[in-house]
Each structure stands twice: as C-alpha cells, then as structure tokens.
Design a protein around this ligand. Sequence first.
Ligand SMILES: Cc1cc2nc3c(=O)[nH]c(=O)nc-3n(C[C@H](O)[C@H](O)[C@H](O)COP(=O)(O)O)c2cc1C
Ligand code: SF4
Length: 483
Amino acid sequence: MWKPPERIRHPLPEPGWPSAVAAAGSRLFSPLEVGRLRLRNRTWVPAMVPWRATESGFVTPEVVAWYERFARGRPAALVVEATGIRDVPSGPLLRVGDDRFVGGLAELVAAVRRASGGETRLLLQILDFLVIRRRPEREKYLSRFLTVTPRHLARLGVANEEAAREALARCSEAELEAVLSPRELEALRFGYRERVTDLHLQHVAALPRALTGLFAAAAGRAEAAGFDGVELHCAHAYTLASFLSARNDRTDGYGGSRAARVRLPVEVLERVRASVGGGFVVGLRMLAEECIEGGSGVDDAAFFAVELARAGADFLSLSRGGKFEDAKQPKVGAAAYPYTGPSGYECMPTAISDARGPFGRNLAAVRTVRAALRAAGLATPVVAAGGIGTFAQAEEILASGTADVVAAARQSLADPDWFEKVRRGRGAEVRRCIYSNYCEGLDQMHKQVTCQLWDRQDLDEPDLLRSRDGRRRLVAPRWRAEE
Ligand SMILES: Cc1cc2nc3c(=O)[nH]c(=O)nc-3n(C[C@H](O)[C@H](O)[C@H](O)COP(=O)(O)O)c2cc1C
Ligand code: SF4
C-alpha cells in the first residue's frame, strides 16, 4: 500500500475509556430514533470483504463465522460486505444476483440474530462493478489482445495487421507511447478497465436502464433473506461511485453537472425503495471526498447528500478515497486494486502517516456534509468512518455534531467485542487496532482476511476454523468475560 512520504509514526490516541455508568449516560450508547434506521445505540461495523465466499459467490461456514463473531460484540448495526448484484462470476465475492443465493444469506442472518440476541441490525451492502482485467504479458497484449486499427497502421507506417503486430513487438516503451492511445497504454500497463464514460460500449451506455432493476431485485432478495436493510454501494471505485465522480462526463444526462451525476444513484434509490417493504432500510455509502485529481470534493458530496436524502435515503454512510485512478501498477497477471494509491491510503490510513495522521481524517468533510443536510432541513442520519477506535473520539464526533453514528472497521476486526467492552466499563480489555493494514494486505491478495493481533493465538483450540494453509485462525478468540 502507498504510504505518505513523511512516514511519521503516530501513537494511538488516548482512549478515554468510560466506567459502565459513564458509558450508560454517553452519546455513543444512546439510541438513534430517526426514520427507519432505529438503532439501540450509535455503534456500527461497516462493510469489510473477508474473501470467504465460494468461487460461485455463495455463503460458506467461514462467512457465517465472520459475521457471527462481529455479532457477538452486539454492534447496533453490522453491514455485510460488498455483495454483487449481477449473476456473473466474480471470484469469492458474495453474490445476490439470483434467488439461489437467498438460502445462504438467510443462514447468515439467522446466525447474526442468534449471536447478537436480536440486538444488531443487519444490512447488506450491494454493489455493481465494471469489467477489469489482469495486467497482460506485453507479448500477449501486442500480439493478441490489442485491436489493431487504421490509426496504428498509419502511425507504424505499415499496410496490414500482421505487419503492425510485428512492428509493435519491436517497439521500445517510448515508441509504444507514440503509437498506442492512453487507454491502450493503460490496458497494457495496468490491465484493461472499463469506465462509466465508455458510451461506445452498448452495455455501459445502457447502465442507467439496467442498474435500477438489478439493484431493486438484489434488495428484494436481501429482504427475503431477512436482512433489515441494504446499503447501496456508491463509494470507492465501483459503478455508482463512478457516476457521482467529477470525472464522469457522460453526455446522456447522467454525467457532467452534479445534478446529472447524482441522477442514477437517485433513480436506483427510488426504484429500490419502491420495491421493498415500508420498514426495510435503504441507505447509501458514498464518498465525502474522492481524493483524486479532478475528482469530487466535499461540496459535491454535500450536494449529493441533500439530493439523496430528499429522495428518501434512510442513512448516508461516508467513506473516503479508494479509487482506481491512482492505484499502483499491478504485477503481470494481477488486476489493479483501488486501495493501493494515495486515495486508497485516505480510505484506510495506517499509523505511519503524514502530519495529519490516520485518525479521523474524514471527519472535517463528514461534518460539512452533515451540516449541509441539516441546513436543508433534513434529519437523515450520517455515519462516519475512518481511523476511529476510541470512546473519546466517538463521543467527540457525536458531541460536535460531526455525525450521528460512529463506524469502526479495523478496530472491530482487531476486537469484535470492543463496543461491548466499552459499554460494560471494561475498556482496558480492548485489543486495540495498531493500524498496520496487515488485514488490508490479505484483502489485496484476495486471501481470507484476519487480524495480526489474534490470528496465531490459541491455534490448538478444538474445532478451530483455520485459513486454507492451516496457519491462521479465522475468527478472533472468545472474550473470556463473555463465556
Ligand atoms: C479488509 C477490509 C475490507 C473492506 N471492504 C469494504 C467493503 O466491502 N465495502 C466498503 O464500503 N468498505 C470496505 N472497507 C473499508 C471499511 O469499511 C472502512 O471504510 C475503512 O476500513 C476505514 O475505516 P477504519 O479506519 O475503521 O478501518 C474494507 C476495509 C477493510 C480493512
Ligand atoms: S491487522 Fe489488525 S491491527 Fe492491523 S490494521 Fe488490521 S485490524 Fe488493525
């Protein structure tokens, strides 16, 4: 992962753990009673892909164990990982693109209900993504994958495709730069990647028509499986986020101005809302800032938030960065990954950072977005995430009106019981995330995600679920006080 050049090591912030009495009177453990999103308190575990589904996208016992473990810590809300809405192969990513996935998801829901005593509200994050291919071998790309056009023939000064491919094979890197277009060079150096702006591709041009129905059907299946709601994934590097991006210059009414860029997410939201029951929660995750050159900033996010809230979003969960545009060049045979560049760092900052540090980097932007909602008379709850892992931070976020709900991804992975420990006045027992991104490294390699603070502990436990290589436990050890 990219790291800021300053490489300043930041100590963990003072936790300010409360006594049980202070926790009971705190903002963090006060209920949220706004609209459909009714939470027993303000604690939230955001989506994290643990790469545990089958190659065909089905729930496995390892997936169930992952969510069951978070549920034992009884967060008010738990968001199940990014789950594909299409019925297409997508590796070990969960899928909800067909009714055959509902049974497995229903088992997951039942496990969470049991483990949390029914106290945790369970949401499914649903997403669409465009085609991305692995970085090809140079020889294969030039001899097979590249579509040779008259432009290439003219630039190379040859008469036919065969001669063009022979000439291309002999080109230096600098010569290739003169012959290939920027997109072709990108396909060669990073792997081919579709954009929402590729209107020459029929299926990309048709996205607005296709996606409303696909998202609505997926939400219907989530409801059938027993989830409390869905989170439409409009953040990071995926299709709906790319529609919101300032880099989206589609000319069909779905790109260009802010109003045009938010049009498809609004249409998806309205269609999903119309297709599910009245009590079912439909919220969104989007970016407070894209953190890429020419990307959307906080003013765009504030505009989108108001439009989406007016269109009926039950909550807005705000993340940051995580884009393809500045991702690191992958190795030959691997695909580009959106969390490997500076914007990826903004999404999941590590303890080695710049002067701003990794803790609460997104909060100033979140505060601005929430203020815009309130100024427009909208009470839609806002969820903040990014480098939050203490009671002191959480209380400050709520007291200052920055957000209504506090989400912690990596801290919850490091210690799935941490909210519960804090609530019971046992904060000193929290296993604190050190923001090393060992977990994120596993995620990047599509390996089963675990935490370095516990995955080698008590490996002799009976019936322990282990990683494929047998070397790591797949869920955090039990908290003794819980037994
Ligand atoms: C292993 C891993 C997988 C993640 N998967 C998702 C995902 O599926 N959807 C999503 O919106 N964010 C995903 N994220 C981002 C987190 O939800 C969160 O926004 C980010 O980690 C910053 O919060 P934190 O500092 O509390 O970890 C993932 C993060 C990690 C570490
Ligand atoms: S591996 Fe564990 S300690 Fe390191 S960042 Fe991930 S959750 Fe935190």
